[in-house]
Design a protein around this ligand. Structure first.
Ligand SMILES: Cc1cc2nc3c(=O)[nH]c(=O)nc-3n(C[C@H](O)[C@H](O)[C@H](O)COP(=O)(O)OP(=O)(O)OC[C@H]3O[C@@H](n4cnc5c(N)ncnc54)[C@H](O)[C@@H]3O)c2cc1C
Length: 381
């Protein structure tokens, strides 16, 4: 019997393999991954430097341990190069492998800025354990880091690196941190809190060029300002990995388009995690991914199950100012209602009919998130 093949060994790939194996211990399972197949929790990458963690310490199990645990054939350091959906076949170079069902858990790729200057190719990003290893080695014994992008991941790294004793400059085209997700008052408070631990915020800025300068980097901003730093980290965002699916003729949009059963446009091919666009939603976070994993495991085992998205708050790992965000849908009409007391801020995004559509909690009250989330209408019922 042709195996179920999962491409990708991130939280989505391994997660769905585990759920599938709970219900089906017999069908052959193959996992193919471009990386080394170690299992790890990606969210830990943005707060591990200050804890002195190496990549090896963050890895929870290697590929052979995962193969034993999942009763699966795991092919690591192996890239799938093509999918032939009509023949139910994938290619790894010249090799062809048949599948009974195929799962695309391909993740997302860091967006690369096209920059001028002789050091543009030296900009690092962290989206895997290997990236983390490279970044950690690059900053070892160095002192200063420029972070491009003041969104969730950029701010988490800024807080962590400052806690780890580094000097951090962070810049963003928005005036305030997490500009797309937070009401102004919360962004301003986060900026102030990051400043209190030495992080220098450059709002409404972009980079014009990066050049090497005496073993360091000279980062020129459009405003004319220059920052000299040891390492440049890009955290400007991720782009769902849709290339393989597009070439195979699957429907893609911002992500690989799937319905509520996580079915792509091709028979017996499914997608989930950072690469997927689920009924119009691209949600590159752990909670939606876990919801998808719990639906797809049973579907692969013969019990078609829809993914449900309730409100899924995201915790921003900025310990200097903890924040939890349950973002309203991008298209949602409404306005923020803010209550602030000292450092604690409760912001509700209210729809035009008075309904709660999202929230932001900041400070000591972040623990209320769980209860508040039950009052928000989910994205997919
Ligand atoms: C630094 C950082 C911190 C984060 N913190 C949080 C957080 O606090 N909370 C939260 O909710 N979310 C967080 N996220 C997001 C969350 O971690 C991701 O949504 C999640 O890990 C994505 O998992 P994935 O399995 O979809 O993708 P990935 O982990 O990227 O896995 C993709 C897999 O596909 C494989 N692959 C791709 N193409 C091929 C190919 N052609 N052939 C073979 N294999 C291939 C890769 O090798 C890899 O194994 C964070 C993300 C980052 C980068």
């Amino acid at each position: 019997m042709a195996p179920v093949i999962i491409i990708g060994s991130g939280l989505a790939g391994y997660g769905v393999a585990k759920e599938f194996r709970k219900l089906d211990t017999a069908t052959p399972l193959m996992i193919i991954t471009g990386d080394d197949g170690r299992s790890y929790s990606k969210p830990m990458l943005s707060n591990a430097i200050s804890k002195g963690k190496t990549a090896d310490q963050l890895a929870m199990a290697d590929a052979s341990a995962m193969a034993a645990q999942l009763n699966a054939d795991i092919r690591s350091q192996t890239r799938v190069t093509a999918i032939n959906s009509a023949a139910h076949e994938i290619s790894i170079g010249n090799e062809r492998i048949k599948y009974s069902q195929l799962v695309l858990a391909l993740g997302a790729n860091p967006i690369r800025l096209s920059l001028n200057g002789d050091a543009a190719d030296a900009v690092l990003s962290v989206n895997s354990l290997q990236d983390y290893d490279q970044f950690r080695r690059a900053i070892e014994g160095r002192k200063s880091i420029v972070i491009l992008g003041g969104g969730l991941i950029g701010c988490e790294f800024a807080n962590d690196l400052a806690n780890g004793g580094y000097h951090v400059d962070i810049l963003d085209r928005n005036p305030l941190p997490l500009g797309r997700l937070l009401p102004e008052v919360v962004g301003a408070k986060l900026q102030q809190k990051l400043k209190s631990i030495g992080v220098v915020w450059h709002g409404s800025e972009t980079v014009s060029r990066i050049d090497r300068s005496d073993g360091r980097f000279r980062v020129c901003l459009v405003s004319g300002q220059e920052i000299v730093a040891d390492v440049v980290l890009s955290a400007i965002g991720l782009q769902p990995n849709i290339g393989l699916a597009r070439t195979a003729g699957l429907t893609v949009n911002r992500g690989i388009v799937v319905d509520q059963f996580l079915r792509t446009s091709a028979e017996d091919i499914y997608a989930l995690g950072d690469c997927a666009e689920v009924v119009g939603h691209v949600l590159p976070f752990v909670m939606p991914l876990m919801r998808a994993v719990r639906a797809l495991g049973p579907t692969l085992a013969g019990r078609p199950t829809k993914v449900i998205y309730p409100a899924m708050p995201v915790a921003v790992k900025t310990p200097v100012f903890p924040i939890v965000i349950s973002p309203p849908a991008q298209s949602a009409a409404g306005a923020w209602q803010i209550e602030a007391e000292g450092d604690d801020i409760r912001a509700m995004f209210m729809g035009e009919g008075g309904e709660k559509k999202g929230f932001v909690l900041a400070g000591a009250i972040v623990g209320e998130a769980h209860k508040l989330a039950t009052q928000i209408t989910g994205l997919l019922g």
